[in-house]
Design a protein around this ligand. Structure first.
Ligand SMILES: Nc1ncnc2c1ncn2[C@@H]1O[C@H](COP(=O)(O)OP(=O)(O)OP(=O)(O)O)[C@@H](O)[C@H]1O
Length: 267
């Protein structure tokens, strides 16, 4: 099995002596799923953001992060623009953070295709939009393409954000608590969509969550973090996940706004 993502001995510290991640290693196979599970403050988001090359201001990072055969640590700005949004798709908790509130969904999606050179010209990009929205399980792609984000339900907005995240055919999709803001029924459907994208399109999934039910629904491998360290890992199905404290997983209210596949990212 070739690896989509190999994280080796990753350590991330912040000014003031905070060690958010301490010697984390795991491997995610191509087209497979891996769930990073842990309680609030365990370092899940820091791992995900460091994989994306966005550990935050003042972060001191050591260790290795390989995407396929590419070492991501030490990449510079132009190199990252060929990786983020192109080889790695990103889905944040809050889809409004990934969508421009002032533009209709269709043009946003088309612009990402053109920016990454996936579609040749405005017309070709526009023609791709309905298919990509359908790929994200959107039943009325024409209507959604014409809509502004605020005109859509939370579930449809998250599907639109997922369409943008996968539109360039990434080998890896990172989703950070992507269903926390959704009601239970929609949550399950969105998790199923990640599974479909993995199986049908071969996109490896790194899911960050504090939710055991979500971890079980996604399957694959689970890596449990606590205080920045891996305390358990293994296949989700056979995993007991009974480590002390995991029954009481809670999360803090979201404090950061991420905005990646669209245009910018505020840290
Ligand atoms: N930019 C930063 N500067 C300083 N400390 C940080 C920064 N980012 C994260 N931390 C600290 O690192 C630790 C891990 O945080 P992280 O957000 O990765 O945890 P998490 O498991 O994703 O939690 P949550 O589910 O609440 O987001 C926490 O103690 C947090 O306060």
């Amino acid at each position: 099995m070739s690896a989509a993502l190999t994280v080796t001995d990753l350590t991330v510290g912040y000014p003031g002596g905070v060690r958010a991640v301490a010697g984390v290693s795991f491997e995610l196979g191509a087209g497979e799923a891996l769930v990073l599970l842990g309680e609030s403050g365990s370092g899940k988001t820091t791992v995900a953001r460091t994989v994306l090359g966005l550990p935050g201001r003042g972060a001191e990072v050591s260790g290795s992060v390989r995407l396929g055969d590419t070492e991501l640590r030490g990449l510079t700005g132009p190199d990252w623009s060929r990786v983020r949004g192109r080889r790695i798709g990103y889905v944040p908790q809050d889809p409004t953070a990934a969508l421009d509130p002032l533009r209709r969904i269709g043009p946003q999606l088309a612009e990402v295709l053109r920016r990454h050179g996936v579609a040749d010209g405005r017309r070709a990009a526009k023609a791709e939009v309905p298919r990509l929205l359908e790929l994200a399980g959107i039943g009325e792609p024409e209507r959604v393409a014409r809509s502004y984000p605020h005109e859509l339900s939370g579930g449809l907005r998250q599907r639109a954000a997922i369409a943008i995240a996968v539109c360039c055919g990434p080998e890896l999709l990172i989703a950070d608590e992507p269903t926390t803001a959704l009601d239970a029924l929609v949550r399950g459907r969105i998790l199923d969509l990640f599974d479909e994208l993995r199986r049908d399109c071969g996109i490896a999934l790194l899911l960050v969550t504090h939710d055991l039910t979500a971890a079980r629904r996604i399957g694959g491998t689970v890596v449990v973090l606590q205080d920045g360290r891996v305390i358990e890992s293994g296949p989700t199905e056979r995993h007991t996940l009974h480590h002390q404290g995991l029954g009481e997983l809670r999360r803090r209210p979201q404090e950061r706004s991420t905005y990646l596949n669209g245009q910018a990212l505020s840290q």
